[in-house]
Each structure stands twice: as structure tokens, then as C-alpha cells.
Design a binder for this molecule. Structure first.
Ligand code: ZN
Length: 527
């Protein structure tokens, strides 16, 4: 369904004069079950090269609030895939299983080699529910677990891995920006070849079938699949402006749609959701409406669009009965879902426009609508901290009252920023040290830690944290530079760091140096 690995560029967009290329129909690819595939380790190496470039792309967004939301949908899918035996232990361990948020308004998600996935903000901003998002993610996950990507890449086996990585990146750049210089950047050759990197029709049907089982077992409403298909079909009819590049090169077949509808009917007949389940779904809907609004704002829609969101939210806030209705945790009405989405969006949009009084007024009206201990209530609390930080104010002490007990990553990182604003750098480093010990690849946490150490006049630790943030984003040469700088500083001014810190830095410098050497060697072999 929605995009899809490498298929961002349709053949229609290939420069004139290039020969037409097979669009990945069954004839051009090994049949399903063919054993000729790339090893997981080789696929991961290609994925890591692509990931390292994406981390450096200015459109890569690490928004902790949206990332938490996506993870909340993604992790149950992973658990379900494991339980169903769709995720072999070797792939589970070797692959990254990591989602990238991409600042792009088009409706798109795609799977990459090695268990990396891209999710456009436009997708989150457009889908109507977490179930629809789960349908897309489960489908993309299945392309990876079913080794479709490795089979596509086997087709390219005459190409060196760095060439395949460059091709995929070129296709991504071109899909993002179909009219710009992307094609020139990759060269016509790569564009022509990447026409072969589309999934076959049989692969799509397999990903539909496997993905459906995974999302249903993970507890999502199976209607998410048909909802998504309807959205794509409608877009297919209305839209030819390039925001659905996938649909042109890879149309939804009536077969796929009919199969999906049959599955959903069967599943709904088998299990009628309980009242508790329906209530939980309505609360998820409310959270989704808020997160979709957030995604639309982070996609930088422009001042006019932000202004429209503020005005709409103010209109709805004025129409709310006063005093606001008490929200029962049991269930949220459809109006409660829409109002919460609009008010959250309006408050966040107002803060972007630096209209902080308006933002706080809307937050005040939003609070009661999303009250309670649920994730929607938490999202409102976090937005209040963000509004303060955007204004340059120290958030109220309540923002970091339960430090160290922060439940989510977004909570922890926003608390850390609030503490920094309150000049409590030593509390920041204390709170984050434990986190990075468990989440070594959290580049943003390492960056915050670097700033906190800097503020406490601990330059060796600050440089080391900076080095770790580079390593977390797979930029090993930059990481090595910084580890060496930290070693130099320790030598030139002994006493700057204690013995333990010094030996950690030496060890990490050696590890990273051997990765850099290995990569250089690999590049030589590849070429
Ligand atoms: Zn697909």
C-alpha cells in the first residue's frame, strides 16, 4: 500500500531518452520462496550506509513526542510479528528495526534495507486513526520480514553495496523532490535502474496478507486496512500532483482491495469488540487527532496554515460549554476527538507563531477535554512545557517534579530541557546518564548531556558525549575525531577526568577506530 521501498520515483518521471525498465512484475523477479537472497548481515550493512545519510539530512526529524507515538504503535506490531513467527530470531537481532520521521508533506512510508523505515510527517498528518497507521507500518514491516528487500537487492548483485545504497538514496531524494535537481545528483543511470527496485505484485499481496495478521494480533481494528485503501483510492482519483508517487508506478489493484475487504469482513464477523475495547479505541482516536495535528505543524505548512489552525481552534474553544464537560476515562465522543485535535493543533500552531497567550488559552480549554492519566492527558502536559520553552520561560516546577520517574523518552527529554532552562545542569546529567546507559543509540540524549556537561565545566565528558551522539548516528569518522580530542584534552590537562572516565574514552576510541578501518576496507572491497 502506501509507498514502499525505493519506489518513490515512477518511471514516468525518468528522464526522456532512457529505455523503459521492467516495473518489477513477477516475470522480472525470482518467484516467492526463491532462496537467493542477501545475507542479513550484508543487508544491514547497506541499510547502515543509507541510515547514516538520512541522519544527516536536514529533513530527518527527531521529535520525541511523535517518535513516542509512533513507537507506541510500532512495538505491539513487533511483538505480534514475533509471536506469529513472522520475525525470525536472526533478523530480530541483526536488523535495526528503527523508524525515521521525515519532514515531508506527501503521504508516504517506506521500508529500507536492514530494518530501517521512513515515515513521512504527511502520512501521520493525513491518516484518520492509529489503526490506519498500524496497517501501513505492518505492511512495510512485512516487506522486510518476508525478505522482499533482500530479494530485490539480489537482482542488483552485480552492483557494489555502496552503489545500491547510493541508488536507494537517490530514489529517496528524487521522490521527495520530483521536480528538482535530485535526478541530476544521482544520474540518469541510477534512476533507470531503480525502476527495478519496485516490489512485485505478489510481494505486495504477501505483505498485505502478513501485515494484516500482524496488525490484527497486535490489537488494531482491522478496518484500518480498508480505511487506508479508501484513502489511497480517493487520492488516486483526485490527485496527480506527485504527492502519491507510488500510486502511479504501482497502482492499487482491484484484487488487493477485494482481498483486504474480504479479510476485514471475516475478522469483524469473528470478533465484535467489547465496550472496554471500544472505549480504549476512542481514547486512542483522541490521541491520534492530537498527534496528526502535531505532524501537520512540524511539516512546516507556512504561516497562513498555522493561522488557520489557530482560528479554527479558537472558534471551537468558544463553542465549548463552560464549565467544560468532565471527561470520563471510559469513552470519548467523536466531537471530543475532533475538538481535542483542533485545540492541540491550535495551541501548538500559536506557539510556533509566538502568540503565547493564545497558545496558553487554548491549552487551558484543551486540558479538561483530554484529562486523566491516559496518554492524551500526558500529551497536553508535555505541550505546556514546550510552550514555555519556546517562549524562553522556565517551565513551572511541576514540569520536573517527578524527575527520574519519567515514563517516556519524550517526558525525559523535555524534563531535561526544562531543567536546563532552570540552570540545573547537574540534575540533567544525572537524569540522562542512566538513560543513555540503556539507550546507547539515543543521539538527542547524548547531545543534551554534552550541553549539560559543558555548563558544568566538564569539557572531557562533554566532548565524549558529543562523540557518542555522532556514533549513535553512525557517523564514525566524526565520532573518532571527538574521542581523540577528548584523549588529547586528558593528556594536556591531567585531572580533567577521573580514571574510570579516561579508560571508557580509550576503549570507545579503539572500538570506533576499528569500525572506521573496517568500513574503509569494506569500501575497497566493494569498489
Ligand atoms: Zn508494499
Amino acid at each position: 500500500m502506501v509507498l514502499i521501498a525505493f519506489s518513490g520515483v515512477s518511471l514516468a518521471q525518468a528522464p526522456a531518452g532512457l529505455p523503459p525498465v521492467s516495473n518489477g512484475t513477477t516475470g522480472a523477479l525470482p518467484s516467492l520462496g526463491d532462496s537467493s537472497e542477501l545475507s542479513p548481515a550484508a543487508e544491514r550493512r547497506i541499510g547502515d550506509r543509507i541510515a547514516a545519510s538520512i541522519y544527516r539530512d536536514p529533513d530527518y526529524v527527531d521529535d520525541p513526542v511523535l517518535v513516542d507515538y509512533l513507537q507506541g504503535i510500532w512495538q505491539p506490531l513487533m511483538t505480534a510479528a514475533r509471536a506469529r513467527g513472522e520475525l525470525p530470531a536472526e533478523l530480530d537481532e541483526r536488523f535495526a528495526w528503527e523508524l525515521f520521521l521525515i519532514r515531508d508533506r506527501s503521504i508516504n512510508a517506506f521500508a529500507l534495507p536492514g530494518g530501517y523505515f521512513g515515515v513521512h510527517l504527511g502520512l501521520i498528518g493525513s491518516v484518520g486513526s492509529a489503526d490506519e497507521l498500524a496497517a501501513v507500518l505492518a505492511h512495510e514491516m512485512s516487506h522486510v520480514t518476508q525478505r522482499h528487500i533482500s530479494r530485490l537487492m539480489t537482482q542488483q548483485s552485480r552492483q557494489a553495496p555502496w552503489m545500491i545504497a547510493a541508488m536507494v538514496l537517490g530514489a529517496l531524494a528524487a521522490s521527495k523532490n520530483s521536480n528538482a535537481g535530485a535526478a541530476a545528483m544521482v544520474g540518469g543511470q541510477a534512476l533507470a535502474v531503480q525502476g527495478q527496485l519496485n516490489f512485485s505484485r505478489d510481494m505486495e499481496r504477501e505483505a498485505d496478507r502478513v501485515g494484516f495478521g500482524v496488525m490484527r494480533d497486535a490489537g488494531y481494528a482491522s478496518q484500518g486496512v480498508t480505511g487506508m485503501f479508501e484513502k489511497l483510492q480517493q487520492a488516486n482519483r483526485l490527485n496527480d500532483n506527485g504527492s502519491f508517487p507510488y500510486l502511479r508506478s504501482h497502482p492499487l489493484t482491484t484484487e488487493r482491495i477485494a482481498e483486504a475487504q474480504a479479510r476485514v469482513q471475516l475478522a469483524s464477523a469473528a470478533a465484535r469488540p467489547s465496550p472496554e475495547k471500544l472505549a480504549a479505541q476512542s481514547r486512542m482516536q483522541q490521541l491520534h487527532a492530537m498527534m496528526a495535528a502535531r505532524a501537520r505543524i512540524l511539516a512546516v505548512p507556512g504561516v497562513d496554515a498555522l493561522r488557520t489552525m489557530v482560528v479554527e481552534a479558537q472558534r471551537r474553544a468558544a463553542a465549548l460549554p463552560a464549565p467544560p464537560p468532565a471527561v470520563s476515562l471510559a469513552s470519548v465522543s467523536a466531537a471530543g476527538v475532533r475538538d481535542a485535535g483542533a485545540l492541540y493543533g491550535g495551541a501548538f500552531a500559536a506557539a510556533q507563531l509566538r502568540e503565547f497567550a493564545a497558545a496558553r488559552h487554548l491549552l487551558g480549554r484543551l486540558g479538561p477535554l483530554a484529562a486523566g492519566a491516559g496518554p492524551a492527558g500526558k500529551a497536553v502536559e508535555l505541550l505546556a512545557i514546550e510552550v514555555d520553552l519556546l517562549e524562553g520561560k522556565t517551565p513551572a516546577a511541576a514540569a520536573f517534579a517527578d524527575l527520574g520517574k519519567a515514563g517516556s523518552r519524550a517526558e525525559l527529554l523535555l524534563q531535561a530541557k526544562a531543567l536546563m532552562a532552570a540552570n540545573r545542569a547537574s540534575d540533567v546529567s544525572q537524569a540522562l546518564q542512566g538513560w543513555v546507559a540503556e539507550h546507547h543509540r539515543d543521539a538527542m540524549a547524548w547531545q543534551l548531556l554534552a550541553v549539560a556537561y559543558g555548563q558544568q565545566n566538564q569539557p572531557v565528558q562533554a566532548i565524549r558525549a558529543d562523540a557518542e551522539s555522532r556514533a549513535a548516528q553512525l557517523d564514525y569518522p566524526a565520532a573518532l575525531d571527538r574521542f581523540k580530542a577528548a584523549q588529547g584534552l586528558m593528556r594536556s590537562s591531567p585531572g580533567r577526568a577521573d580514571y574510570v572516565e579516561g579508560s571508557i574514552i580509550d576503549t570507545r576510541a579503539r572500538q570506533v577506530e576499528s569500525i572506521v578501518k573496517e568500513q574503509a576496507l569494506q569500501d575497497k572491497i566493494d569498489r
